[in-house]
Write a protein that binds this ligand. Structure first.
Ligand code: DGL
Length: 257
């Protein structure tokens, strides 16, 4: 069984990538919606949530945690990863590695303010692609927008346009450095020149997860996901259904803590 967590709905994009890659392990997904948005929180606060969330997933006897929150990874890189008895796949490290051999020279990363402050994406990408220029752009309105259920609205379009307007010229690629942002992909696609590749690190994270499953010979499951939130359970369930399609029979439990 795999554990995933995010501050809210964003990690569903990582879950979708795991399923699209044919990963059938059962998943425990935790949305820490009592503390969303993470992007505006301090590092010590975020580090505390990371510890608590890993412990919570550990109580569910997960074999590994597939990180689905960039902001937590950025903070862990600065303050240290809590010691846990299972592997934890760092999403930012995965994203960085995926740039080895990239032809891209000018790469923008859109992320939460906390992730940008930590500078983790720039470091991770440059470690794999030293020739690359990396521009990290903080966006604070997008996560609350998705959590409110406004991703498909004109407000969503306008907020994304405001972020796109801040991007430097002559980009080769734009990286979604927050797992909520692929849920706004249609608006990014509308605002960016078609030659700019839009990169969702969730795909590389899914490939790394598949490799870990093979390496550790983890038992396959029935692709069942159990969702937990410590926020508004009814709103969360609406979000899960909106973003994962018809999950009838797969939402095994929806428990508020
Ligand atoms: N989706 C998360 C990330 O990838 C955090 C979003 C937030 O709560 O600010 O960073």
């Amino acid at each position: 069984m795999l554990g995933l967590y995010d501050s809210g709905l964003g990690g569903l994009t990582v879950l979708a990538a795991l399923r699209a890659a044919g990963i059938t392990q059962d998943v425990v997904y935790f949305a820490d919606q009592a503390h969303v948005p993470y992007g505006e929180r301090t590092e010590p606060e975020l580090h505390g949530y990371l510890r608590d969330n890993l412990a919570l997933l550990g109580e569910q006897h997960v074999d590994a945690v597939v990180m689905a929150c960039n902001t937590s990874c950025a903070v862990a890189q600065r303050l240290g990863w809590p010691a846990v008895p299972f592997p934890v796949l760092d999403l930012i490290e995965t994203a960085g590695r995926s740039f080895a051999g990239t032809p891209h020279r000018r790469i923008a990363v859109v992320a939460t303010p906390a992730t940008v402050r930590a500078g983790a994406y720039g470091r991770a990408i440059r470690a794999a692609a030293p020739h690359a220029e990396v521009f990290e752009i903080g966006a604070s309105a997008l996560v609350p927008l998705v959590e409110r259920g406004d991703a498909d609205t004109e407000r969503g379009r306008d907020e994304v346009a405001a972020v796109v307007a801040q991007l430097p010229p002559y980009l080769d690629a734009l990286v979604y450095g927050c797992t909520h942002y692929p849920l706004l992909d249609r608006w990014f696609a509308a605002g960016l020149a078609p030659r700019i590749e839009r990169i969702d690190p969730a795909r590389a994270q899914a490939a790394r997860t598949a490799a870990l499953i093979a390496e550790r010979d983890l038992a396959s499951g029935s692709a069942t996901t159990t969702y937990y939130t410590n926020g508004d359970a009814a709103a969360f369930e609406r979000g899960v259904r909106r973003w994962t399609g018809d999950l009838t029979g797969r939402v095994a439990a929806l428990i508020a803590r």
